[in-house]
Design a binder for this molecule. Structure first.
Ligand code: FPP
Length: 300
């Protein structure tokens, strides 16, 4: 009798597993079909994400602290897979703002630990980085990061610098206003260095008056091109699409300089809930809006 019951249970388990596999295959096929149809239309070259709602997700699922950000990272990997599969070349994510340092130090530490762990995972042979040939950039005031995170970030940038297929830019210790101030400071430094070089003025400042007069004769005005060259994201084209999750309709100091012609889309879902289906849905909206955005770009 006990043997019969055991066999019945095991048959039930096999059936359940078969059914789950069938559902996963069907869903994979439907997703492939959806993305194939989407790829007939214009695909954004660069998508930026504000990955909002990780703590709220953990709370809603009654998970412990830190679990929301962990789930958020898994969501990031599945979204990256879909982006690169559909032909997006650049993805930029807002992983940690300068303002986030004001959070409870335990929470800040837990996010930093997660970053360390995940950067390490990303650099492994079998990760998404090697399968898609991703070049990883980290942008922001990296001096604000702790030594181990700063070193991990530098290692990731060096180790993936040779990858040329697609780019992932991770904004950490970032705010747009900080990026703009940084660009102004770098432009000033460059102008002064150029002026000193041109006038062959030696920096010992023995003749301060002569040096000051020389500098004031040089055109030190900063142009738009100077600033753009010194933006953290100078190497990336401006994003075509910016997606923010968790229903918040704010940019929160993210890519303010780069989003003049960017299509913005706010999803109500929390970041860890976002799936490739959501991404496809937003790209569909982008494709509908694209002719209008193109027209506005030409009018200006
Ligand atoms: C905003 O959600 C998200 C963050 C502060 C961090 C997100 C970081 C990751 C998902 C890991 C990224 C790691 C790498 C290596 C790229 P929130 O904490 O503000 O949540 P809330 O909106 O519910 O308060």
């Amino acid at each position: 009798m006990a043997q019969e019951l055991e066999m019945e249970n095991s048959n039930e388990g096999t059936l359940q597993r078969l059914f789950q596999r069938l559902v996963a295959m069907m869903s994979g096929f439907l997703q492939w079909l959806f993305f194939t149809v989407l790829s007939v239309g214009p695909i954004p070259n660069h998508i930026a994400f504000i990955m909002d709602g990780n703590r709220r997700y953990a709370k809603s699922q009654k998970l412990g602290p830190g679990a929301g950000h962990k789930a958020g990272f898994s969501s990031l990997i599945s979204i990256l897979e879909s982006c690169y599969k559909i032909g997006v070349k650049y993805v930029t994510v807002y992983a940690f703002s300068i303002d986030n340092f004001k959070r409870d130090p335990i929470e800040v530490q837990s996010i930093m630990d997660l970053m360390l762990e995940k950067i390490d995972e990303l650099l492994k042979e079998e990760s998404i980085v090697s399968s898609h040939g991703i070049r990883i950039n980290f942008f922001g005031n990296l001096e604000l990061l702790s030594e181990p995170v700063r070193m991990a970030v530098a290692k990731a940038m060096v180790e993936t610098a040779k990858n040329t297929n697609v780019v992932l830019s991770v904004c950490v210790a970032y705010t747009s206003t900080n990026e703009i101030v940084h660009a102004v400071q770098e432009s000033c430094r460059e102008k002064i260095a150029q002026a000193l070089l041109n006038s062959k003025f030696n920096c010992e400042m023995r003749d301060f008056e002569r040096g000051y007069n020389t500098l004031s004769k040089v055109d030190c005005s900063i142009t738009l091109e100077d600033l753009e060259r010194h933006m953290y994201l100078a190497e990336c084209p401006d994003p075509d699409l910016l997606i923010r999750t968790s229903g918040e309709t704010r940019l929160s100091n993210f890519l303010l300089w780069q989003t003049t012609f960017c299509y913005l889309h706010v999803l109500d879902a929390l970041w860890p809930e976002v799936s490739p289906w959501w991404l496809g849905w937003v790209i569909l909206h982008y494709q509908r809006a694209k002719p209008y955005i193109d027209k506005r770009m030409k009018v200006l």
